[in-house]
Design a protein around this ligand. Sequence first.
Ligand SMILES: *[C@@H]1O[C@H](CO)[C@@H](O)[C@H](O)[C@H]1NC(C)=O
Length: 340
Amino acid sequence: MTSPKAFLLAILGCAFLFSGALAARALSDDSAMVARHEQWMAQYSRVYKDAAEKARRLEVFNANVKFIESFNAAGNRKFWLGVNQFADLTNDEFRATKTNKGFKHSPMKVPTGFRYENVSIDALPATIDWRTKGAVTPIKDQGQCGCCWAFSAVAATEGIVKISTGKLISLSEQELVDCDVHGEDQGCEGGLMDDAFKFIIKNGGLTTESGYPYTAADGKCKSGSNSAATIKGYEDVPANNEAALMKAVANQPVSVAVDGGDMTFQFYSGGVMTGSCGTDLDHGIAAIGYGKASDGTNYWLMKNSWGTTWGENGYLRMEKDISDKRGMCGLAMEPSYPTK
Ligand SMILES: *[C@@H]1O[C@H](CO)[C@@H](O)[C@H](O)[C@H]1NC(C)=O
């Protein structure tokens, strides 16, 4: 006779095996999901090394699609998610490959001047979009290289160069990746925007994107590049102060560090990102404006470096003026900008 306890264990064990087998069969039999994955692979030119890897990626893809669909179905949100180029990556893999593993908080922030401190908030325009003023180059794609810090610093530099000289010049992130080995900057392994500004100053400027093209990999520094644009210095926006950040962004694009590791960041597709978010700064982007959505939500307009298939054609709007002084995803913690 079987004891009740053994019987119970047997059922649980059986149920576990059964549900596992069911899940595996259901997924490979889910021809709609298999077809959707195939179509997605074609769209993003994804190739897997063997059938086992493809089956594993199908599982991750399926889980992500389900997450995205249930998030969007909740219907009570100001933003939505989409099946983008990161749809076959688990969130752990996404964090490891896309964000800045080496993003380190500046150990000791040296106080710098803040030239916009006496700007009156009331005198600022209600909406700023530096794209409409021709101060933003097209969206770039950092690929499988953790050098968001270079893209963020370059976007802010391109902005101040356009504002002060009238010329919009796409500048080289690769020159920073290869040649800026000072401070915390370590190419594809991470870095800091302020250290990038320091390098640009010491280097006598940066060369053009086309003169030193992006390779998404660490490379040997090609010295003797012609400088196409220079900066004189850089300043940190007072920390944890969205009003101060607004004064700066009203005057120029600003480099901003955020916690970009959440699944909502991974699959952000449009709208104003709201809600809870971490403050573990691991990603560099650029604040290129601000405004108010039709439902009254204030937002920051951000330029990202994950190509145009992510977000709003590569851009992101994040809620502005939240109760947490650090800002959404920590965006007000370490903003800075170059000066001319
Ligand atoms: C702001 O105003 C104060 C008081 O007038 C002045 O001391 C300070 O230098 C001003 N700051 C800037 C950046 O102009």
